[in-house]
Design a binder for this molecule. Sequence first.
Ligand code: F6P
Length: 382
Amino acid sequence: MDFFQGFVYDPHHLKMKKKIKKIAILTGGGDCPGLNAVIGSVTRSAINDYGWEVWGIEDGFAGLVEGHMHPLTIDHVSGIFSQGGTILGTTNKANPFLYPVQKNGKLEFRDASHRALRLFKEGEFDALVCVGGDGTISYAKRFAKEGLPVVAIPKTIDNDVPGTERTVGFYSAVHTATEAIDKLRTTAASHHRVMVVEVMGRNAGWLALASGLAGGGHVILIPEMPFDLKKIYEKVLQRSSKGARFTIIIAGEGSHPADGKKVFQRKAVGDVSHPERLGGISYWLAENIEKNTGIESRAVVLGHVLRGGSPVYQDRILATCFGCEATHRLAMGEKGMMVGWGKGEHISIPLKKLAGGVRHVPKNHQWIDVLRSMGAIFAEAE
Ligand code: F6P
């Protein structure tokens, strides 16, 4: 992967179509490693390349509705590139079009987009950079339709934003999962156990697929391929009969049996884009595998550990390039678009052309074939 290919705009030879003076940036949705690198990149490029004023909006769209924002200088973003989380804060409960408000001790949802638009205007901002996943980007899309000059930057460990092959945070989560799998393999082998490792990713299997490939999983379960439990038992027994001391199963949190449902952990109060939280399929799998194969099985849910820690180098580079790409495209007069990565180069997609929903793993993805060549199975139901 060459991150430097296709970087279309040279900031020093730009013909600026619109005189921008002041921009704002927010991070929305679940956090991930690399968000601070995006914030740093946008801030530095805006100031160094164009002399713009930059403001940070706190806690995603909540800050734009509530008016919580502050200026960002080079000093503010100095040294944050390697830090996980987001210095601006974030939330996945601030849909400005269905904004949660407490009324007489009860939670109600109101359209607060007019307040966000008013504060944007009063702040004399010329553009808004929205760093987010499918939820945040869908709000950016609606605001763009209402005339707000926005540019979106895709981030999420799930790697499931339509229109881009990569999102900031994905590589770091894969790295964390891979390290965890390496550790779990040694304890599984010592005890002749099956280890079921559950990774996040919601309804897309990218994280399970990539960490299964990098971590050497024997059974990979992704939401896109509903599974047949019997095929998992067969694989476990077959490995054991050949003398293998362990079997590693990577289960995406959204994976499910063909004749069964997804496992949900809890309801997320106030999150109208994704009200249900997946989680727990690995416990159900481990219990059934042990019962039906007689081989001791354990479940490990990696959960929010995947969202923490320092971004790996691939995310730092992607985040920094996405940030610069966003400011350069704004300077060129582009708005209402998302920057992205496709077919080996940096791209920009008009928000109005962006498909809704999530980007799923296609059944003919190369990693699926490669995993099969390695002897792994997906246990998909016929
Ligand atoms: O979308 C990112 C993600 O980490 C998903 O993989 C996961 O299902 C969800 O967010 C968890 O959300 P929360 O942090 O609200 O529990």
